[in-house]
Design a protein around this ligand. Structure first.
Ligand SMILES: [Mn+2]
Length: 392
């Protein structure tokens, strides 16, 4: 039996202000395109079972465009592979905060897709003699953790679950970036399953020979640059999904190229340099970018630049880079992390984490959100983002 394992599609994710010719958000179109390409490959590979391990949509209330898009793609699989079973679980991104909100995922049951949103559900596919225990994100947030056990009668047992095994995080990553429920290796106990299909972590990762994260299909994390480095460390060609032969769990990574590249240009060490010297280094980094920056998502960090020097940079040149790239983020960092006191300001100004802490402390929240934890995560997140190390 051949199984396809996808996760973290994040359909509906939007970023930057570039629009498509039809007026949609360009990054949202990129995210959709990644899934369309994955479906193209699924139709060629003809799996018997398709598992989507959560975070199908980026939010609980996706746009009509995203809802329709997913319908059409699932319909393509339905028509081309009528015998193929499809199972979708909700992740932390597409789980409603309250039962009243409901979930749009249920819509796809009309296409014959098995949709599991709240409690764990055991599914059995007699033609494949395969049982799938589907465990959505919400099941792991319940006060009583479910025991995850295979079905004794089935020839093949697969666990499908959305949660974070913290041991997979790279040195620069943190659990706060994923927000989902955490899992332990003892809970998933890979040895008792033929295969464990995980979702939540966005870089493809082998947890055990028969337990994998396929990773997301596009770069949707605010700190996607960290993921790029993690992918390089793991010698991954980029984004994709997994094909698994059962029994025996022979796993193949199917690379699905993204619509455009993320380019993290080599940082400029600006300390002691004049504005003109920094301009020259920026221009040199841009000129050497491969692929060229046209229509790509580009970041260039410049360290150790005073406010005065930053003012004197060649802003016309920077604007021209911004016009060429889909997004060009010139990330100019001050010589030290704390902010300078403004003229006439009474003492020290708040640091960014302090401002974030104050803002999140008084922001309106849903009743079921724990404010203390919410503020703690927000502040940790901002602090981490400010501490990114230069790349060599
Ligand atoms: Mn996700």
């Amino acid at each position: 039996m051949k199984l396809a394992h996808l996760a973290d599609l994040h359909l509906g994710f939007r970023q930057f202000d570039r629009q498509t010719p039809r007026g949609g958000n360009q990054r949202e179109a990129d995210i959709a395109e990644a899934f369309r390409r994955a479906v193209d490959d699924l139709l060629a590979q003809q799996p018997d079972l398709v598992l989507v391990a959560g975070d199908v949509f980026h939010s609980v209330r996706p746009t009509n465009a995203a809802i329709l898009f997913l319908w059409r793609q699932l319909q393509r699989i339905r028509v081309a592979l009528p015998e193929t079973a499809i199972v979708v679980i909700a992740g932390n991104h597409d789980t409603p905060r309250s039962a009243e909100t409901g979930t749009i995922l249920r819509l796809y049951e009309a296409l014959g897709v098995e949709v599991v949103v709240d409690k764990p559900r055991g599914l059995h596919f007699p033609k494949l003699d395969c049982a799938v225990l589907a465990v959505p994100s919400q099941a792991l947030s319940a006060p009583e953790r479910p025991a995850l056990r295979p079905e004794p009668g089935a020839a093949l047992n697969v666990l499908l679950v959305h949660g974070l095994l913290e041991e997979v995080l790279g040195p620069e990553e943190s659990a706060a970036e994923y927000w989902g429920a955490t899992l332990t290796r003892a809970e998933i106990a890979p040895a008792q399953w033929d295969y464990v299909a995980l979702g939540d972590y966005h870089v493809a990762h082998e947890v055990a020979a028969n337990a994998w994260y396929p990773g997301s299909l596009e770069y949707v994390n605010p700190r996607a640059w960290v993921q790029l480095r993690e992918e390089a460390r793991r010698k991954l060609p980029g984004k994709g999904y997994l094909l698994v032969d059962l029994p025996g769990a022979k796993v193949t990574f199917r690379h699905v190229p993204t619509a455009r590249r993320l380019l993290d240009l080599r940082p400029v060490q600006g300390a002691g340099l004049t504005a003109k010297e920094i301009d020259e280094q920026i221009a040199e980094r841009v000129a050497k970018a491969r692929p060229p920056i046209e229509d790509q998502v580009v970041r260039l960090v410049v360290y150790g630049v005073s406010r005065a020097t930053a003012r004197d940079l060649d802003h016309a040149a920077i604007r021209s880079f911004k016009a060429r790239a889909l997004n060009f983020h010139l990330d100019v960092r001050r010589p030290d992390a704390t902010y300078e006191a403004g003229i006439g300001a009474p003492g020290r100004r708040q640091t960014l984490p302090e401002t974030v802490k104050e803002f999140l402390g008084r922001r309106l929240l849903d009743a079921d959100v724990n404010r203390e934890e919410f503020v703690r995560l927000g502040v940790a997140y901002v602090e981490e983002a400010g501490q990114e190390e230069p790349v060599t």
